[in-house]
Write a protein that binds this ligand. Structure first.
Ligand code: GLU
Ligand code: ZN
Length: 294
């Protein structure tokens, strides 16, 4: 079996414990399956990027014993690939231009679920436009390895944007193009992205790409139930203390690491993780608090 997995952080803030969970789970699943594990930095949104932060990612991963294969991939180097796919989508009429503002959509539709206004009355050619995928009546079903059977009707989301009106390639386009071009067979990531998956699969169907296997791990929350993130001030990872962080992450992922691992080296923790990895042990839940043990 060939297995290619990946970790795909966005450089909008420092890597934190939630990022490490996605990195570690995707890494261990790849290594336990004798697979490759790639690192892709999703830096498509310069206004939201934190200067100097992506340069810290390789070091932090290595400090936790997580070594990737092949060249690090930067989405900012790959615009031509995204453009080629956009051109094809427009040509084949799977995609269409839209110059509605968010405000206009809300005032017309009552919410942000798009009503295909610009599919029916296309904007004039020099208008500043987003590009949307026609996904009317698409129904997507897939089985997530952790979260189980999923059935999504894309009408509930409205036609999604693959190119933004502020001239940026959208995450949903780039992730699908790159997962395909990098030959990704398995996507292991946080459950905050589960709701994005059906749209990715819809795009894969249109583009005749194979669909990878998906596994969405629970996201860690603070005691107030908020997802650890830059917005909730999750602390940056401490590279001086990788063993206790890895141990805590293995516990969070329901892998039951033995207490002795706390006095092992990070290499030993990682190899224990690979040898004992059971994705099926991860309990089916979208989120759970990270209890900090003192
Ligand atoms: N770059 C995305 C994020 O950091 C993750 C993309 C993915 O794993 O599909 O949220
Ligand atoms: Zn429109």
């Amino acid at each position: 079996m060939t297995y290619i997995g990946r970790f795909a952080p966005s450089p909008t803030g420092p890597l934190h414990f939630g990022s490490l969970l996605a990195a570690l789970a995707s890494f261990l699943d790849a290594r336990a399956n004798n697979g490759k594990w790639l690192l892709r930095i999703e830096n498509l949104d310069p206004p939201r990027e934190q200067a100097g932060i992506k340069e810290t990612f390789p070091n932090i991963l290595e400090a936790h014993g997580l070594y990737w294969d092949d060249e690090l991939c930067l989405q900012s180097d790959r615009h031509q690939h995204y453009q080629n796919v956009l051109d094809a989508l427009l040509l084949q009429k799977h995609a269409y231009r839209c110059n509605c503002s968010r405000k206009e959509i809300i005032s017309r539709c009552g919410n942000t679920v798009y009503d295909q206004h610009c599919l029916l009355s296309p904007p004039n050619t020099d208008a500043q436009c987003a590009i949307r995928i026609n996904s009317k009546d698409a129904q997507i079903s897939f089985t997530d390895l952790i979260q189980g059977q999923q059935n999504d009707r894309l009408n509930d989301y409205g036609d999604f944007v693959v190119y933004r009106r502020d001239n940026l390639y959208a995450y949903l386009l780039a992730v699908v193009v790159d997962d395909y071009l990098q030959g990704i067979t398995h996507v292991v990531r946080g459950s905050d992205l589960l709701s994005e998956t059906a749209r990715q699969i819809h795009l894969q169907h249109i583009l005749k790409h194979p669909t990878p296997t998906y596994a969405h791990i629970p996201v860690a929350t603070n005691n107030e139930g908020q997802k650890l993130s830059k917005q909730t001030f999750a602390p940056a990872l401490d590279i001086e203390n990788p063993v206790s962080t890895l141990f805590q992450a293995l516990k969070f992922l329901d892998q039951r690491p033995p207490q002795e691992l706390l006095s092992a080296s990070k290499e030993e923790v990682i190899s224990w993780g690979i040898n004992n990895w059971k994705i099926s042990s991860i309990k089916k839940t979208m989120a759970k608090p990270l209890q900090v043990r003192t």
